[in-house]
Design a protein around this ligand. Structure first.
Ligand code: MG
Length: 334
């Protein structure tokens, strides 16, 4: 799929248009002062512990806008439903989407509905898009970065990570993917893990007001492993993390162990990963920990020219290369 996209699709779509163009493959695109993102959601099952496809579709899109350093302004909501899809379920999903958008303070101002023949889609697909505008607090945040070292971009791009930056995660990893798996038919394990699905615009604003954050990304598909590799590759700097500092719930760790999957590769829907100048890292961490969504935030490592790619110091003192996942360990989680 990745190769097909790279070879057959993207060459026809990519132009240099925009300050953050499609070719940057970042969380959102930026043109003028408009930030735009879109996402289609095919999560299975549609309802899972801690959320459903409705809350997921809103939170995921708000987060892709917010991690650029932008403020989400308005959203679209589009439904592609299989003929005969249960009306009560659709209403539950719409209610959940509306409540999530309201909680985040982002209005849904346009939408679309299509019904396709049986078998045309597997139940329901949602597509959400959002526009955002420059978050006023982003300027002060970047000024703080520039007090410590040069930064070329006006947005929180993946390519902005520099040698010495602290790597911060806003909370525990793997909860979403494990919650989805626990709700799947045919998978025989019980777990009380709930999805972390949540809009993060409020938490991110509090962190930006502290200042010193250079890059930010939401570790959705491919999890932390994918996010750190994107940071490293696009920024041309290594990243070293400490296994014992990476926050993972014991229940998530044991579920991943049992299923033979790596919690670092499991997707999250209510987390942000940040690179911050070292002098500001503790203050950013404290601001995050003072929010509900960021209460388990941690500094897990730093960017360094001393390593290539992403390297993790393991609990037992070894070193493990953390590669970008080749395939989804858990398909259809978002
Ligand atoms: Mg993203």
């Amino acid at each position: 799929m990745q190769r097909m996209l790279r070879e057959r699709v993207l060459p026809h779509l990519i132009t240099d248009a925009g300050e953050v163009p499609l070719s940057a493959m970042d969380d959102s695109g930026v043109i003028g002062d408009i930030v735009l993102t879109t996402d289609s959601h095919t999560v299975k099952p549609l309802f899972f512990p801690g959320g459903d496809i409705g809350s997921l579709s809103i939170a995921g899109t708000i987060n892709d806008i917010s991690v650029m350093g932008a403020e989400p302004v308005a959203m679209s909501f589009a439904v592609v439903a299989e003929e005969g899809f249960d009306a009560d379920e659709l209403e539950r999903i719409a209610k959940s989407a509306g409540a999530t958008a309201k909680k985040a303070g982002v209005p849904i101002i346009t939408g679309d509905t299509k019904v396709v023949e049986r078998g045309g889609v597997d139940g329901l697909i949602l597509n959400t898009s959002a526009v955002g505008k420059r978050q006023p607090a982003l300027d002060g945040n970047l000024t703080e970065v520039a007090r410590h070292r040069p930064i070329a971009s006006r947005w929180l791009e993946d390519r902005n990570v520099a040698d010495g930056d602290a790597i911060i995660v806003s909370g525990t990893l793997g909860d979403h993917g494990v919650a989805i798996l626990s709700a799947r038919k045919g998978i025989d394990f019980e777990s009380d893990v709930v999805s972390d699905v949540a809009p993060l615009n409020g938490m991110i604003l509090k962190a930006l007001k502290v200042g010193g954050i250079a890059a930010m990304k939401d570790p959705t598909r491919g999890g932390l492993a994918n996010t750190l590799n994107e940071f490293s590759e696009k920024s041309g700097v290594g990243i070293q993390i400490d296994e014992e500092k990476v926050p993972i719930r014991p229940a998530v760790r044991s579920a991943c162990g049992m299923l033979g999957i790596d919690p670092l590769e499991v997707g999250n829907e209510g987390k942000a990963v940040m690179a911050a100048v070292p002098k500001m890292a503790d203050a950013v961490l404290e601001a995050l920990r003072n929010t509900h969504e960021g209460r388990d935030a941690a500094i897990i490592g730093h960017a360094t020219k001393a390593v290539r790619g992403v390297v993790m110091r393991t609990r037992v003192g070894g070193r493990r290369i953390v590669e970008a996942p080749i395939a989804d360990p858990v398909p259809r989680i978002c």
